[in-house]
Ligand binder design. Structure first.
Ligand code: F6R
Length: 583
């Protein structure tokens, strides 16, 4: 993961830091910066979040050139030695890197005389430079196996150098600055247009010009892209955290989806998918996106008479499923940059399958690699835990399955928008206070409610560090019931009338073994049944297909409030990063 930025212009320290803050979602184990002044490097490094670095930097308002990095540790512990930038042996060249150099041990072996300060693969690359020029960059790149977005700076010259392979990298020139970054959001306030680099591209950028070579070492001209200010999320808009702001933005995302999917461009995409010949559908994603895929699997199985299977991306290639030109493979990814999903997508492409993507980032690798992209129009997510994107992914999968069946999708989504229920804060906060003292929790549900249980459990784990496990309600009695006692609360999700009686039986099985019971439901509960539960959270009912979107909002908020109760930062959970670009 990691985020990199390079900057030439006025106030380099402040601008590099502003960029790092925007890239922090890519990792926050440590951060570092090097700025060149009168032929000397000034370097700052701190362990922990970017704000730690911000406190140590000496900010200067004059012109300068520099590079910076925010790290998500892959090779080597979290330490100052492993914090970027790294330097060449002579100290003349500074480098920041995002990605993984797979042959770094081998390269290290070849450079036996060199002393390494840390354990990172990136430092090995830095030590391969004697000086910095297009030729020296080309020579080093030839020896690298793996993924990289690199930004480099030397003690002299007007240029920053860059290279990209399988890690995102963008460059831009404003009126009085030049910028390289892992994410175009860093260009906001500095440049209006930017260039997206392709795998194998490398080159240099100064205030005057940009030179880009492609993988065949030919100079290329790229088409500039306009920065999408509607997509960017610059501040918390008065909310305490991005996570809670983004949960509430689900309604806005839904309104965007209704608007965009009422118009011809998206309808044409849907119609192209309908005209494909396919006899099976695979839905593929990781984490929260995988759970959205499971909801999609339910929608497709109920609506169209076709086999639909949802799989975790990292398991896809090894599952020996039949993938061929009769397969429709739907890749679901908020970032569109998740390495496991990209790898599964490449596999499906090789097998001749049709590739559809459902992403939040229209310029992302997954969106660009697919035959058709169905954007979710949720706007940028800044909190690491995905919320509005999950909601919006489910909405787009709802649209796709309804379209394939020939059913109206706008009216039901409008109903959802009118009756959307973000839950009662007082009840959710009270429940969060209770849950925060427990170490373990079960989430159970049947059918599509089991999928909601999986997503609610993941959200709680990520930001509260409480262990939780999601199970189909009927499975509990096949082993896990052994764990039930007064220290293990069980949260039941019930939105499907057809399953409710059985779910209530499962609740009784838990109750009679002393377990604490919490019910999240949109269904009518008889008075005598209510008494069995320690907590009941009632959710406004809607038609069954819409309930996965309706009920998840309260469960996301429950995780958020519980995280606050535990004194955590819900926006930046430990050990995680938003964009997971390693397999
Ligand atoms: C959970 C979360 C992760 C992501 C997963 C896939 O809150 O954010 O589980 O869902 O890493 O990421 P994308 O959707 O970017 O492919």
């Amino acid at each position: 993961m990691c985020g990199i930025i390079g900057y030439i212009g006025l106030c380099p320290e402040q601008n590099l830091l502003n960029g790092l803050k925007k890239l922090e979602y890519r990792g926050y184990d440590s951060a570092g910066m090097t700025v060149r002044r009168e032929g000397r490097f000034e370097t700052y490094k701190e362990v922990g979040q970017v704000q730690n670095l911000a406190g140590t930097v000496v900010y200067k308002e004059e012109f300068g050139i520099g590079i910076a990095h925010t790290r998500w540790a892959t090779h080597g512990k979290i330490s100052i030695e492993n914090t970027h930038p790294h330097f060449s042996v002579s100290g003349e060249v500074a480098l920041v890197h995002n990605g993984i150099i797979e042959n770094f041990e081998e390269l290290k072996e070849k450079n036996k005389d060199v002393t390494y300060l840390g354990q990172t693969d990136s430092e090995v690359v830095a030590k391969m430079f004697e000086s910095l020029s297009i030729n020296s960059l080309r020579k080093v790149l030839k020896k690298l196996v793996g993924s990289y977005a690199l930004a480099l700076l030397s003690k002299e010259g007007d240029y920053l150098y860059f290279a990209k392979n399988k890690s995102p990298l963008y460059i831009a020139k404003g009126k009085e600055c030049a910028v390289i970054a892992s994410d175009p959001s860093c260009f906001s306030g500095l440049c209006e247009n930017y260039y997206q680099l392709d795998d194998g591209d490398y080159g240099k950028i100064s205030l005057k010009n940009i030179v880009i070579y492609n993988k065949n070492h030919k100079i290329v001209e790229k088409t500039p892209q306009k920065l999408d200010f509607n997509y960017l999320s610059e501040d918390k808009s008065g909310y305490e955290h991005f996570m809670i702001k983004e949960i509430y933005q689900s309604r806005l995302a839904l309104e965007n989806i209704i608007e965009k999917y009422s118009h011809s461009e998206m309808k044409e995409n849907l119609s192209k998918i309908k005209n494909y010949n396919f006899d099976r559908v695979y839905l593929v994603g990781c984490g929260t996106a995988y759970h959205a895929g499971l909801i999609g699997e339910h929608y497709l199985r109920e609506n169209i008479n076709i086999d639909a299977y949802c799989l975790v991306a990292s398991e896809f290639k090894d599952s020996n499923l039949l993938v061929d030109n009769n397969s429709l493979c739907i890749f679901i990814s908020q970032s569109g940059e998740t390495a496991d999903s990209i790898s599964a997508l490449e596999y499906c492409k090789e097998k001749g399958a049709k590739i559809i993507s459902i992403t939040n980032v229209e310029y992302s690798t997954i969106a660009k690699m697919s035959d058709i992209n169905l954007p979710i129009f949720a706007g940028q997510e800044r909190a690491v835990a995905s919320t509005k994107a999950y909601f919006a992914m489910c909405a787009v999968l709802f649209i796709l399955s309804n379209y394939l069946k020939g059913q109206n999708y706008i009216l039901p989504l409008k109903t959802l928008s009118h009756k959307i229920d973000f839950g009662n804060d007082i009840s959710l906060k009270k429940l969060a206070k209770t849950l925060a003292v427990y170490k373990n929790l079960f989430f159970i549900g049947r059918g599509v409610d089991y999928v909601t249980a999986l997503e609610a459990s993941l959200k709680l784990k990520e930001i509260t560090y409480i262990f939780s496990s999601a199970l189909p309600s009927g499975e509990l009695k096949h082993g896990s019931l052994a764990l039930i006692d007064s220290n293990l609360p069980c949260l039941i999700i019930a939105t499907d009338e057809r399953q409710f009686a059985k779910t209530l039986n499962n609740a009784s099985e838990i109750k009679s073994r002393g377990g604490k019971l919490i019910l999240f439901t949109s269904l009518f509960v008889e008075k005598d049944v209510e008494e069995n539960f320690d907590y009941i959270i009632k959710i406004t009912p809607l038609p069954r297909d819409l309930m996965p979107m309706q009920i998840i909002l309260s469960l996301q908020k429950l995780a958020y409030f519980t995280s606050l109760e535990k004194g955590n930062d819900p926006d930046k959970p430990r050990n995680l990063a938003k964009s997971v670009t390693v397999e």
